[in-house]
Design a binder for this molecule. Sequence first.
Ligand SMILES: Cc1ncc(COP(=O)(O)O)c(C=O)c1O
Length: 388
Amino acid sequence: MTKSWKTKLIHTDAKIPEGYRSLSFPTYRGSTTLFRSADLATDNWDQWQVGYTYGLYGTPTVLELAARVCELECGAHTILTPGGQAAISLINLALLQSGDHILVPASVYYPNRKLATRLLSRFGIATDFYDPFIGADISALIQENTRLIWCESPGSITMEIQDLPAIVAAAHARNVRVVLDNTWSAGVLLDAFAHGVDVTMQAITKYIGGHSDLLLGSITVRDDALYQRLGAAQQVIGCAVSPDDCSLALRGMKTLAVRLSAIETSALAIARWLSGRPEIERVLHPALASCPGHEFWKRDFLGSSGVFSIVFKPGPTQQHVHAFVDALQLFQVGYSWGGVASLANAYNIGRFPGRPSYGHRIVRLNIGLEAADDLIHDLEQALRKLAA
Ligand SMILES: Cc1ncc(COP(=O)(O)O)c(C=O)c1O
């Protein structure tokens, strides 16, 4: 067929050499996915079962990242979402229905709490918040209609480590599934499935992404039945992920081990140094005995990452604490963590039953890849100003 140049723009006969090989996985972009014939066209979402059908359900770049996360977490299947919070929402929307009840730790990531109280409640799903240290006593809170128990270990900002095996045993005895937000461990420093968890999610945004330039989440499940529920819900909710972001996450994944190891060493050195400071009441770093639940960290985790909190002794006002954060020169203020730049955020933890009320005295640090000594000097000069 002879073609006009306009047609050639769309249907080309141009050829390039074959046989290119690279160390990086290609970025396949695409909404439309082509079928070989009319009778092969299908809208089935399960690309592992039927091949590629539509960009919403993943291009090879998306599935490559999903498969790699699944391999690292030792799960059965992984589904990717546009962010960690989207993973939390998809789990609840896929696995719950009107009339159900869920249990959520009081120390949970705040948007997870808000989802339960402000949105799930409108769809007839009830939530009770529990003390993160409840352990086996969670049995007493399980109702006939309890379907999910959420765990997050360590808890957001206040850093409580939970007794996961005790909660899992109590849940499974009553046929209730356990979901874990495993973001702090990057999915690798805690083997959630070995501890009996049914579903994990993590914000890939943090350590796997690793450079504060993408938003992605993952959900990993222990069996096919959960995968079918989640995949079918993702299809109708339509939360697709960007292959470009997945490509960045695949690149981030290659350096995850060295970043985590360097961050762990620095964070521990800084946490220990802070423990000796007269201004600090408590350092909430899971690998230190001063962190509530440290014994569970020691028993269950394979290491520690770089997010922890400090609690000032009573005295400084909220303004003083903010002035301390503002006096830091290397630590910057900003949400999200797990990247290469150190961050410091001041919080004012309100009174939630089951959560220690440190008030305005708590600051969360994200340790990045700067030299630990420089970060210590930075903290030292800011603490000196606090005392002045
Ligand atoms: C523990 C935890 N889970 C989930 C999320 C949500 O991740 P994303 O920002 O990718 O939505 C965050 C974000 O800060 C988090 O800290």
